[in-house]
Design a protein around this ligand. Sequence first.
Ligand SMILES: Nc1nc2c(ncn2[C@@H]2O[C@H](COP(=O)(O)OP(=O)(O)O)[C@@H](O)[C@H]2O)c(=O)[nH]1
Ligand SMILES: [Mg+2]
Length: 426
Amino acid sequence: MPERVLLVGLGLKSVAAAIPASLAELEGLALTAGAEIVGIRTQALPRWNSRTLAGTGKIEEIAAAVREHKVQTVIFDAELSASQQKAIEGTVPAKVVDRTRLILDIFAQRAHTREGRMQVELAQLSYLLPRLTGAWRSFSQQVGGIGTRGPGEQKLEYERRHIQRRILELREKIESVKRARAVRRQARLSVPIPQIAIIGYTNAGKSTLLNTLAPSASPIYADDKLFATLDPTARRVKIPGFGWAVATDTVGFIQRLPTTLVAAFRSTLEELTMADCLLFLSGASSPNREMQERTVASILDEMGARDIPLVSAFSKADAVDAETRRALVRKAPLRPMISSRTGEGLDKLYEALARALSERWILKHLYLPFSEASRLGMIRSAAQVVSVETESERMKIGLRITQANWDRLLKRMDALPGVESGTSTK
Ligand SMILES: Nc1nc2c(ncn2[C@@H]2O[C@H](COP(=O)(O)OP(=O)(O)O)[C@@H](O)[C@H]2O)c(=O)[nH]1
Ligand SMILES: [Mg+2]
């Protein structure tokens, strides 16, 4: 059962125009965290109320909405201090979560690597430390759900000094994990199927696209050990003109990412550095698109993901007006303009993905005598078998494989009698 959530958008009157865009992002984040949004309240204030951030009347209105709609959690599109949260929870009979805590919750759900989990725990504990008040504990620990998940959760019982010790310990461990990262990347080279990471800002349409490309709800090869460590959002996608790939839905970029969460965000996103291809979606009609594109490019650079083939696409083509569309096409004529809703442009997207993946995943073939047919299993663990033809005494096996895997495979096959190999063009 999704958690019943009320969103609260707040801002100063002087910048009230920014409230809706920020709220739209908060909504996307809340949905990602598993919320059912049952209401939204906003307030543009002449000045902040230092006790409860929103005005007293607004807090009472929120409390009434909470009772009426059986709201479990109220998410504020703002940062709340411990005392503000306590004061609000004094009037509003629900768990009160601020923006940072919501984002931390998503990171906790999405961090799969060891470093990612530790970075998120570190950020959670750093968030928690100044908020270790009676009110925070009693409320949040009892109810659970959004804002309380992840590795930090079981640590809440620790006293302040235990948390401080754990923070130091995490900092040290993260350093040593970082040093081991290169080794991990090496290990991934042997995976026999290419990986596509879908990246983009929250609400760009990443999850919807993944569902469109791979409509079955089942994740890839449920029983295949090779994929046991993969992100649970990974899906097998058939790319016409190429073959199979695995696409994953990465944690979304966030427009107003609190600086305290930058490290946790980066490490949660880290997995994309192991992808064979990045698929970058940006909403065709998104007002901040250019700024977002620059931010993504610079973060990819910093993460050392520059050499990974990048396919960019404009999403939600069905929702863009004709004039904006013309301008986008003029600016980036080769970039697919796609819609998960209407299916527009998906053929162009497949073509672009096939081209990008073929850079690393090349076509090769092997002739294998029937007497060596038992080697097929080994071949499949290093390559994608795209065709098998039989000739008189042997099979011609067409493969999609990385150069590194090919070299490794040949070393193991070369000693076998009757094996021949070659590069295919088509
Ligand atoms: N009009 C339109 N809306 C879309 C399309 N794809 C996704 N959306 C909507 O955009 C919102 C965000 O989509 P989602 O896939 O959750 O974005 P994510 O945060 O990048 O995973 C949802 O309300 C979707 O229904 C599309 O092709 N056209
Ligand atoms: Mg999503």
